[in-house]
Design a protein around this ligand. Structure first.
Ligand code: SAH
Length: 194
């Protein structure tokens, strides 16, 4: 996290340990929440691994994940950040260009506008998936796009939410554990384009 300056990603109080608004009813999560998610995913963010960040918002966490999978000049590492709001995808690109442009230029980090409920099939399977918005149920597509041996962390629920860890076992089965109560913005169902 020290490798990516939050000052380029949060418009106000970047170093305060609390979520900050970034516009469009989205927030950049508090640093302790980013740290917690990264600790849970660390074994699945080794150099050369592939990760998906659903609800990438400010782009901060996706950039940190990219620094992890791209460390030690490893090959094959890739992070895809996906957000359904194109202005937020543009904002994330602007933020990243301030001091982390190399991540986008090398292709280590890719940002896409799209519906996170569908994941990002083109780059599957993923060693890990981080979901930064609360889903009323675990999206089926995300389970399918997780590698055996991989891990997803996802807030699940509506008014009451649990931060869940889902491991895909080497045999393909899933093991789900609730870790703690949390409060995230909802993973919405974007209306289809006409
Ligand atoms: N990890 C981000 C969190 C941003 S808040 C950060 O720390 O900056 C959650 C984000 O989820 C918002 O940007 C919102 O636009 C996005 N989101 C909500 N529903 C979504 C969906 N169905 N698909 C993709 N992104 C979604």
């Amino acid at each position: 996290m020290l490798a990516v300056d939050r000052g380029h990603y949060a418009p106000k109080n970047p170093y305060t340990d609390a979520p900050q608004p970034i516009g469009y009813q989205a927030t950049i999560s508090a640093p302790h929440m980013h740290a917690h998610a990264l600790e849970l995913l660390a074994k699945h963010l080794q150099p050369g691994m592939r990760a998906l960040d659903v609800g990438s918002g400010s782009g901060y966490l996706a950039a940190v994940m990219a620094r992890m999978v791209g460390a030690e000049e490893s090959e094959g590492g890739k992070v895809v950040g996906i957000d359904y709001l194109s202005p937020l995808v543009e904002l994330a690109v602007e933020n990243i260009m301030k001091a982390d442009a190399d991540l986008l230029e090398s292709g280590l980090l890719q940002l896409e506008q799209g519906d996170g409920w569908q994941g990002y099939e083109k780059a599957m399977p993923f060693d890990c998936i981080h979901v930064g918005a609360a889903a009323e149920s675990v999206p089926e597509a995300l389970l399918e796009q997780l590698k055996p041996g991989g891990r997803m962390v996802i807030p699940v629920g509506t008014t009451s939410q649990q931060f869940c860890q889902i491991d895909r076992l080497p045999n393909g089965n899933f093991e789900q554990k609730s870790l703690m109560g949390v409060m995230y913005v909802p993973l919405v169902h974007p209306s289809p384009r006409i």
